[in-house]
Design a protein around this ligand. Structure first.
Ligand code: ZN
Length: 169
């Protein structure tokens, strides 16, 4: 495994529509392992392949349901070719940051619940149900696969004050 370099705006790879994954080969396994190591190192809660310069439809999300609890177990999700199905009508505003847009945060309206249809790292179909923060992280990461950055959707974007805690993905 290796930590890959995270790319920043205005790198054009971040604005490209990523390619659908068709080969579930060793290169894909290495990419996924590297992405997991990279997001843990950052640290962040999610990472999309374009953020490490790879224009492929792969995301990793690692999130602890209750981040108030220090030992709350983190759950790791790997989604290949993810698609959002059944988005809730209800949306809510929340604050997001992005590893590819350092130094800024923004307020973004997202669906409160979604189902994701994807493939796992072996190419088998999977369904993931997500709500709340987890749903927000998935929407943010899947946007990256279409060249969309949260600042495109944000109702406002600002530089956080010193000590202001921000989520990064
Ligand atoms: Zn991001």
């Amino acid at each position: 495994m290796a930590i890959r370099e995270i790319i920043f705006l205005p790198d054009p790879v971040l604005r490209r529509k990523a390619h659908k994954v068709t080969q579930f080969d060793n290169d894909l396994q290495v990419l996924i392992e590297d992405m997991i190591e990279t997001v843990r190192d950052a640290p962040g809660v999610g990472l999309a392949a374009p953020q490490v310069g790879v224009s492929q439809r792969v995301i990793v999300v690692e999130y602890a349901e209750d981040d108030e609890m220090e030992d709350s177990p983190k759950k790791l999700y790997v989604a290949v070719n993810p698609e959002i199905v059944q988005p809730s009508e209800e949306t809510e505003l929340g604050i997001e940051g992005c590893l590819s847009v350092p130094g800024l945060v923004g307020e973004v309206d997202r669906h409160t619940a979604i189902t994701i249809k994807a493939q796992n790292r072996r190419g088998q179909p999977v369904k993931i149900k997500a709500s709340g923060w987890l749903a927000r992280i998935f929407q943010h990461e899947i946007d990256h696969l279409d060249g969309i950055i949260y600042t495109d959707r944000a109702t406002r974007v600002w530089k956080p004050r010193e000590g202001e805690e921000i989520p990064v993905d």
